[in-house]
Design a protein around this ligand. Structure first.
Ligand code: ADP
Ligand code: AMP
Length: 211
């Protein structure tokens, strides 16, 4: 099953993918995580995209599509995948349609006010990728990853200016995909304002009930 997660930054896509991926038995592919790994490892791709991520702009379509094509050719994707953060433009969606058959697109619906609260309190562990929130999902020990004890970081693009820019970029470039996928009969909208477990449950019913 090939799933696409749609919705504003901070709606909880990565958190929910982390909960449902084992139940569904398919990998969670986050283009944001792939770019951040490239930046951390200082690869040529990482050097090219570092300033773009920090500003909250989108990486050029051709660079993003090539990276995704390479990732989904790997053997763990043969039974499907959960795509998180891709596609983000109509061009990327058209390219994805040439690569795989998309079964469901789950749109995470959340007010802008909640999105800003979630993004400004988000913290993450760079090596495990685990996502926390200082109020809604705090680590056991303040500022440290539950598993490894490594220090948690605040993403550069979770600071106020970049958050505002990312929301604008979302509205201009990504929101049109709601209509794009609704017109194809693939869109399932879920209320992302509930607790993570409740959102994960709505997610699973949206992708397991056909029609
Ligand atoms: P996205 O992948 O859509 O950008 P994340 O999964 O990283 O969003 O979540 C953004 C922030 O909101 C994180 O700090 C996360 O801990 C928190 N969060 C995610 N889902 C919920 C939820 N259902 N209720 C409260 N906070 C949440
Ligand atoms: P995310 O982790 O999904 O919030 O993505 C973080 C950043 O990575 C975005 O603000 C963009 O700069 C970049 N990015 C992630 N996915 C894409 C994509 N599909 N197209 C272009 N840029 C992307």
């Amino acid at each position: 099953m090939n799933l696409v997660l749609l919705g504003p930054p901070g709606a909880g896509k990565g958190t929910i993918a982390g909960i449902v991926r084992e139940k569904l038995g398919i990998p969670h592919i986050s283009t944001g995580d792939l770019f951040r790994a490239a930046i951390k490892n200082e690869t040529p791709l990482g050097l090219k995209v570092k300033a773009i991520l920090a500003s909250g702009e989108l990486v050029p379509d051709s660079v993003t599509v090539d990276m995704v094509r390479e990732r989904i050719a790997q053997s763990d994707c043969r039974n499907g995948m959960i795509l998180d953060g891709f596609p983000r433009t109509v061009f990327q969606a058209d390219e994805l349609a040439k690569m795989v058959k998309v079964d469901h697109v789950v749109n995470f619906s959340l007010s802008e006010e909640s999105v800003v609260k979630r993004l400004s309190g988000r913290r993450m562990c760079v090596s495990t990728g685990k996502i926390y929130h200082i109020i809604y999902n705090p680590p056991k020990v303040e500022g440290k990853d539950d598993e490894t004890g490594e220090p948690l970081i605040q993403r550069d693009d979770d600071k106020e200016d970049a958050i505002r820019n990312r929301l604008k970029v979302y509205q201009e470039s990504t929101e049109p995909l709601i209509t794009y996928y609704r017109d194809k009969g693939l869109l399932r909208t879920i209320d992302a304002s509930a607790t993570p477990d409740a959102v994960a449950e709505s997610f699973l019913s949206a992708v397991t009930v056909s029609g």
